[in-house]
Design a protein around this ligand. Sequence first.
Ligand code: BGC
Length: 747
Amino acid sequence: MMKKFYIVFFVLALFTSCSKCKNGQSSIDCKVDSLLQLMTFEEKIGQLNQIDAGYVSPEIKAGITSGAIGSLLNCPAQNINEVQHLAVDSTRLGIPLLIARDVIHGYKTIFPIPLAQACSWDTAAVALCGKVSALEAIADGIKYTFTPMIDVTHDPRWGRIAEGYGEDSYLTSVMGVAMINGLQGSDLADGKHIAACAKHFAGYGLTESGRDYNVANTSEERLRNWILPPFKAAAEAGVATFMAGFNELNGVPVSGNKYLLKDILRNEWNYDGMVISDYFSIEQMFVENYTPTRGDAAREGINAGVDMDMMGHVYINHLDSLVKAGAVSMETIDNAVRNVLKLKFKLGLFDNPYIDDSNLGSTHYSPDALNASLKVAEESVVLVKNDSVLPLDASKVKRILITGPLANAPYEQMGTWCFDGDKTHSVTPLDAIKEQYGDRVDIVFEPALDFSRSTDLEGVERAVKAASKADVILAFVGEEAILSGEAKCRADISLPGVQNELIKKLADIGKSLVMVVMAGRPLTIGEQMEQSDATLIAFHGGTMAGKALSNIIFGESVPSGKLPVTFPKMVGQIPIYYNDYKTGRPADYRPTLLNEIPVEARQTSLGFCTYHLDAGVGPLMEFGYGLSYTTFEYSPVSLSKSEIVAGDTITASCTITNTGGYDGTEIVQLYIHDKFASLVRPVKELKGFKRVIIPKGESVTVEFPITAKDLSFYNNSSELVCEPGEFEVWIASSSGLNDNGKIFTLK
Ligand code: BGC
């Protein structure tokens, strides 16, 4: 009875005080300030504490009731109303909990992994994933997700490459913003959208040798030009939260990094959302000997501006004594609490923190969600080789062998970071091809290997035997889901197990061989591509991956994806990326020389340029590369002017003609090279792209306005500069093409 009285009293007090709000404060800021005034120190610290509630233990319930927990992650849907009632009815102020979960590429209906989504170069597709994910998750009480991961990386060994949008800052920025918009919509309280999180701020993707949690070092120039732009774009797009990562950057752990979190995020970018740590990442500053005690780690975290401690227990255990000792100010605590409460108000949690228990699951796997997942999966497939094999004509092919460990692996095709997808909803390639074409084509299934790491050579022999009786072989190879994602790094990124043997033996039979790669990262598959007649890169395509692939293989859908990441020939080439820097000994794409060098060759006879003796200099496949069933021809680039001054816009345009036999979608890419600058600049940088639908036989002219923003870069003094000089512009179908460039001068 007393408790109810308190709640009514405080809620009334809150709204009465709000009506007095002045000074142009928004109504949410006003409510937050009023609530803050009512809170005890313990209640404040409780709001900064996030706990993993995968199992809602009696301790967690007691923590909620005592006000020591402000947020839960991983709370099961069936416990949501119970925990929210504990928070609202049993605490003095009735502040609801912020319920979070990793909804990374779909909640129940799984979409392609983010790396695959980036292959679509389609912001609408990525936003659709966000929108559907939010709708499915919110029905289970999830109001906050830790996505998008916008860590640019150049290292396919790193398992978390699967979770991001590839190697390029610009592409990652636009994809990240699309995901944020899809998840958040325009109103976080509309019951259809949830809060997003820009993670992991910053530099996590630089992890040395692609080994997760390893050190990350970079220059100011690279930090500003490569790593930070997607985060800046996310802040500008209004992302509700940021997550500080596990890594240190240039020696300072990012979860206690004042330069990143205060100077850049808060002061330069004026970011006013909530900042959360990664799982135990504040406490880890103690583990990595950056701070002598856990209390010192808490001090570094809160003073750097991390508002909420995910699972580390260091804020709840140490902030009291730190404030008493004067090591942390009350203003710092209040600012952190303010950011947490603001988010809770924005999410409408104070109005209704509960879910409709009777309705659990009603938004899951809806036809709309499954169609959306299918559309995105189709757009995510990249055709990288086709010796006139694809698309298959179901009226001509008599017998198809479907083989490989990913051909019928409903769990694996969902990929990493999908806690909630149910594999029974997955449509595998085998399911889809049988269903769509089984009445017309004799479909034989012999998986060869039960899982990607299998070394079952007898299975390989079975597949080879079956292949000899087929006209076409479809080999679905790749990685199981668990081989990519957090802490799932590989030093050898070839096909695992005996899949290389499988491809070689299938190729030796001499039948048409289509290799479909379903993996969480780029793999070194050069030999296997040579042995195949056609290759599709599908990564892990989610619930509808099989149907998407079937549609593409049989030409119901024409492939349009392009790679968002470079595929190396060999691991030793890593890091390898398209926008590397011009050197004084430029790469001249010379072939590998290792076997041609005479014994005792003289030092000077080899020529001196930047390349590997055994790998040459180019990648297996470059950023932006991807084929279609049709062909596109690009005209030379036209520029609207040859000279501009700062503030002008120059328009680059190009006419693209569909010269093949299918209607198709082409991803037209704009690259610019700054020829002379105060710092050596990348050989080219992506500055824009457009997805254009071009019916067969028709042409489309694509225009890209170029402004000073596209010509600017950060120098080593962190200044954004736009320097006069010459710029070369290409409009091309991939980063590897250099033949239609045009030069203009910035005066
Ligand atoms: C990961 C984050 C994730 C968090 C919560 C951490 O291990 O690095 O990306 O959001 O766990 O599950």
